[in-house]
Design a protein around this ligand. Structure first.
Ligand code: 4FM
Length: 251
């Protein structure tokens, strides 16, 4: 399978080392499952100060990113991404569609990506109107730039690239893939400061363990994120396990 290409546009290209040099995404780059390149609008300026921002029309605090350097950087980024197939250009901002696992799955199936990471108060709107296909948000809070949001999106998408997770992990079993919160996890020692590991996990009975983990995931989801549970049509087994969990709470 051809590598998924992610083209980034940002004035802080060094930030993306967090993606390319570490962990699952770093391994995906190394294994040529993922290709990441960054275009810096500063390299597309014509003045000696390499100016990428200017004061906002209408006044107000802060600066706005200039259209021209962004336009040139975005077009080169898009050309590179489109060399390897259909591409979607995305702008990260709090005004975008909120990212969730379903959105991650959709984006992972939509070919290559160009991600515009803005800084300052915003980018000239004419860039969004003319060169951006979709605006996405990673959540309702204000960051200082789009870079971390872009990395969150790429990290989540990379986990869904076949082969990106080692054979011993699986994105399908990821709890969020099933719309549930994750179950508790334990490792050695069996007794840590007097706190024991649940006996079922030491039993070697894989069916019992599967049911226990599913029960814990269902119970936690009910307790912490009932809104997620409302979206789910529970299987008979899941309903039974959730009932058991709740009964064990208040016997
Ligand atoms: N929340 C979020 N989800 O995606 N992005 C964000 C976010 O806060 N970006 C900050 C930001 C975005 C664009 C510009 Cl020009 C400046 C700062």
């Amino acid at each position: 399978m051809a590598a998924k290409r992610v083209a980034l546009v940002s004035i802080f290209p060094e930030m993306f080392a967090a993606l390319t040099d570490y962990g699952i995404s770093g391994r995906a780059v190394k294994d040529s499952l993922l290709e990441v390149r960054c275009w810096n609008p500063r390299d597309f300026t014509a003045d000696r100060h390499r100016t990428v921002d200017d004061r906002p029309y209408g006044g107000g605090p802060g600066m706005v990113m200039l259209a021209e350097p962004l336009s040139q950087a975005l077009m080169e980024a898009r050309n590179w991404a489109e060399e390897a197939g259909p591409t979607r250009s995305i702008y990260l901002s709090p005004q975008g569609r909120q990212l969730d696992q379903q959105g991650v799955e959709q984006l992972s199936q939509s070919g290559n990506l160009v991600l515009l990471a803005g800084r300052y108060e915003g980018v000239d709107e004419r860039i969004v109107e003319s060169l951006i296909d979709e605006e996405w948000s990673i959540g309702d809070y204000v960051l200082s730039g789009g870079e971390l949001a872009a990395m969150v999106m790429v990290d989540a998408i990379t986990r869904l690239i076949p082969g990106a997770l080692g054979h011993d992990q699986s994105a399908v079993e990821d709890s969020f893939a099933q719309g549930l919160l994750d179950c508790p996890h334990y490792t050695r020692p069996e007794d840590y400061q007097g706190q024991k590991v649940p006996e079922v996990l030491l039993s070697g009975n894989h069916e019992r363990i599967r049911r226990w983990r599913l029960k814990q995931a269902l119970g936690r989801t009910q307790q912490r994120r009932p809104d997620l549970l409302e979206k789910l049509a529970l299987t008979p087994e899941q309903s039974k396990l959730l009932q058991e969990f709740l009964q064990e709470l208040s016997p």
